[in-house]
Design a protein around this ligand. Structure first.
Ligand SMILES: [Fe+2]
Length: 386
């Protein structure tokens, strides 16, 4: 997807939401729900309940969690209603229930799960009709529609997590083109772009929706550097593997006739050399950059270079940065979104992948994961000091 298109659609939708029109909010809630339902349309209840991997939740957990998060924030906190299923919400708490345990929890399943999703949504819309969501709303959760935007983005983000799991489902066929991998071949041009030394503004400005970890916006001083104009390709990664004996990316297998094939969803599709490499861990990405005589960019460099970069939005791009708070960070609206993950354990990714809804992929959005993980749709580009 051309980066320009991504930028346009993000800002267009952002304008709709900051205008705080209830119609725009209801429209986006519906868009997110339709996307969620489209993802599971080809699956039966057994597939929704099945544990495919200890590092990914069964889809039934994601679905119940999406609805429960909506119930917690919109229906209970804002709408002051009682929960539909007592204290069931504790099984949908992402911090309390690590992914490896979620298949065993007494969560809602099958018809009961679907009914819960529908009922919560009905109540959330009921509450929306009652509240004030404009810029003057007294409750900070409602000001500029903040809590609604948080819910919309949350559901879109879980769509991506669900797509990670769907790569493990043999024979899965997406029902919509936007749920299929989309990669572009980089246009001819220089291999790198130069970014001048100087001061750059990093992070999300005040006003409008952003996560707490994107604030506060602050100035950083950067030395001059160069960064790849487009993400590292499969062809370049082949060379790294041949030359350095590096491990293949996730889902690759060697086929005696076809060469390297992508085995996600049980397929055996030849790897396209010109496409960005995907499903590489941060350790692999770092190894590639070193092998190439380069390094990973810092997330500050990535954000400063963002206006000049092609091919953003195909693969998440690993950076060398630890996930740390910006100066002046304040947890909002709850500590468990970002604060509990700060430190040197998690590494930052930037950009967004084909599976990321454009509404999520703000230029200041910070994603994070463990350095050994490759189930995410992650690639890289390299940088070097100028
Ligand atoms: Fe969540």
């Amino acid at each position: 997807m051309p980066s320009q298109a991504l930028m346009c659609s993000v800002s267009a939708i952002a304008t709709e939401v900051t205008s705080s029109s209830k119609e725009a909010i209801a429209g986006l809630l519906e868009e997110a729900r339709q996307r969620t339902l489209a993802l599971i349309e080809p699956l039966d209840d057994e597939q929704l309940n099945r544990v495919y991997s200890p590092i990914l939740s069964p889809l039934a957990w994601d679905l119940g969690h999406i609805a429960n998060f909506e119930e917690l924030w919109l229906v209970q906190t804002v709408g002051e209603r009682e929960p539909l299923h007592g204290d069931l919400g504790r099984f949908y708490d992402a911090i309390e229930n690590p992914r490896r345990s979620r298949g065993e929890l007494p969560i809602l399943r099958d018809a009961e799960l679907r009914a819960y999703m529908t009922e919560v949504r009905e109540r959330a819309l009921e509450v929306l009709a009652e509240v004030e969501v404009g810029p003057d709303a007294e409750n900070p959760l409602l000001r500029d529609g903040f809590v609604y935007e948080m819910l919309i983005v949350h559901e879109f983000q879980h769509n991506e997590t669900m797509l990670q799991l769907l790569q493990l489902v043999d024979g899965y066929e997406a029902t919509r083109p936007d749920l299929e991998p989309r990669f572009e071949i980089a246009a001819p041009g220089p291999e790198t772009v130069a970014v001048a030394a100087g001061e750059y503004e990093i992070g999300a400005p005040d006003g409008g929706f952003a996560y707490d970890n994107e604030r506060r916006r602050h100035t950083v001083e950067l030395a001059a550097f160069e960064i790849d104009r487009s993400p590292v390709t499969n062809a370049a990664y082949f060379q790294f593997m041949e030359d350095a004996g590096a491990e293949p990316p996730g889902y690759w297998a060697r086929d005696p006739e076809l060469g390297w094939v992508d085995t996600s969803r049980g397929r055996r599709a030849p790897v396209v050399p010109e496409h960005p490499v995907v499903h590489v861990s941060r350790d692999q990405a770092d190894g590639f950059a070193r092998w190439a005589g380069r390094r990973l960019p810092s997330e500050r460099e990535w954000e400063a270079a963002r206006p000049q970069l092609d091919g953003v939005g195909q693969v998440w791009e690993w950076t060398c940065s630890d996930f740390l708070p910006y100066p002046g960070f304040a947890a909002h609206p709850y500590r468990e979104y970002s604060e509990v993950f700060f430190g040197d354990t998690y590494k930052v990714l930037r950009g967004g992948s084909w599976a990321t809804h454009p509404h999520v992929a703000r230029p200041t959005f910070r994603n994070w994961d463990l350095p050994q993980r490759s189930q995410i749709f992650s690639g890289l580009r390299c940088a070097r000091d100028a």
